[in-house]
Design a protein around this ligand. Sequence first.
Ligand code: LM2
Ligand code: CA
Length: 607
Amino acid sequence: MGVRRPLAAVLAAVAGFASPLVPLTVAASPAHAAPAGNRDVIVHLFQWRWESVAEECESTLGPNGFGAVQVSPPQEHVVLAGEGYPWWQDYQPVSYALDQTRRGTRAEFVDMVDTCREAGVKIYVDAVVNHMSGTGSVGSGPGSAGSTYSKYDYPGLYQSQDFNDCRRDIADWNDKWEVQHCELVGLSDLRTSSDHVRDRIADYLNELVGIGVAGFRIDAAKHIPEADVQAILSRLDDVHPDWGGGRPYVFQEVIADGTIGTGSYTPMGDVTEFQYHRDISHAFADGSIAHLTGLGGGLTPGDKAVVFVANHDTQRNDPILTHADGARYDLAQKFMLAHPYGTPKVMSSYTWSGDPRTGPPMDADGTTRPTDCSADRWVCEHRAVAGMVSFHNAVAGQGIGPSVTDGSGRLAFARGSAGYAAFNATSSAWTRTFTTGLPDGTYCDVANGTFVDGVCDAPTYQVSGGRFTATVPADGAVALHVEALTECTDPDGCGPGQPSAGDDCSAVAARFDATVTTWYGQEVRVVGSIPELGSWNPANGLRLSTDAAAYPVWTGQTALPEGVPFEYKYVKVNPDDTVEWEHGGNRWATADGGPDCSQTFTDSWRE
Ligand code: LM2
Ligand code: CA
């Protein structure tokens, strides 16, 4: 086996692929919907506008394997101009109208759900159903969609009898009845024991399911009696067939204490595990992570736990480790994605200075501005960990270990033979040779970049004899997995769909021979996931040609990087530039040039 040129160099030579910093996007093709599979990572795009969520699904979340977005509450809410439009307006519903909130219209919400579904990403709605508006909003109004209301009176929806009788703040948090029937920070507490209230809540959630929403965060679930949560969820419709039908995914916000534990709510669905949040945040904040292979031990069973480093409340009320802490916090979120316990929920924040009530970047009327990750106060820290989502997905089902440590601030571990990750929560670099269960090959370091459609925009590492040597940066990580190989050199192969060792071609002279019946004036092109095939844009696809002798066989040639898996389809382009895609799923292949560095793909149009 000769020494191959690094993948980036091959791409640069073949396609003029210049900078690894160029944002890599996957344009939509009709058949490019990512398989839903068992992708489960949630990202909370806190306070993002609907159209910004849609763009993020297409450009970043789908291609990197995120499973779902938790969006901020979509129902009509109070509008508090006098308080500078704080973020928490959303947590005071005044009706269940979806048109409109500070984040956009109902039509924009629907478009977001559809766009994200096409990108393989589910939408989970933050369902605020324990209460309506609160004491502080008396005299304000109308709501964001124009409804008039007062506390305990929401015309056409709820009147006084639909609220619990306690009508004062929760005073004794050791009294379960109070916690569930009195008011949480003065918010009018719904009588969720009544059929009328249960039906109205179910109507609202089912409207969302009808739009294609696939799951819910149940806000303040601990404040709703368990039987009432059960009764509401039992009224829900099954989710969209694209998500396989079945029950909506539900995770309940339960901040467990001595009075009410998560176990009361696990029969109805998943629960938030706040002790995990405290454990991982303190460990990384203190630089004491060597013991974390056992993270989650003694907590809610992992298959019921939603886990996070910080959420929108803790980052304000009880910050241990947040986006304000920079690299150390990113490192903790990466660790969460590498570790097997729980369903990870990645946070995506905006900054504020001083007053934690500060709303997101907004216009003068309190309407939220579109997200621009390089402007305003948007942090977009989920992008810094996007590559680790592919790690999480690739190692699913593999156990943790063996592990190595170096002092209390450094820990590395295998995830079976599918992945290996090293974490350094100290202020000095950590250089050592790690022994893995990985097949030999060249791996993309997904802790420091992404691996999308065979393109690595991060450093690569050579695993040889199962070992690799790395310098893990201060407050940094290195993570390798078998679905992000740029080259496999293992004589036993590296698993299905992985690049093969090839024959050391700097590029493969690829020829496509496609049998396609056309009418006069139509052209045929190959369109695929890599730049050489137009990155799914038919206008930039590889043009094929034919002549009287060859027809109906159309032929074209291009150079492809060896060992890089790609997907493709044939299209017919009409004289007016409209495009007809062949039917069926995407074709896929990996260029392997053989001894003469050439390869022919022989295909027939699929009707
Ligand atoms: C939650 N989970 O159980 C949310 O994660 C949390 O963000 C919500 O509080 C809370 N429950 C209610 O849904 C936020 C915010 C509160 C804010 C409420 C309601 O953290 O500060 O309370 O939303 O908007 C505000 C005022 C508070 C006032 C209350 C009622 O801050 O002083 O209490 O409204 O008017 C009189
Ligand atoms: Ca309640």
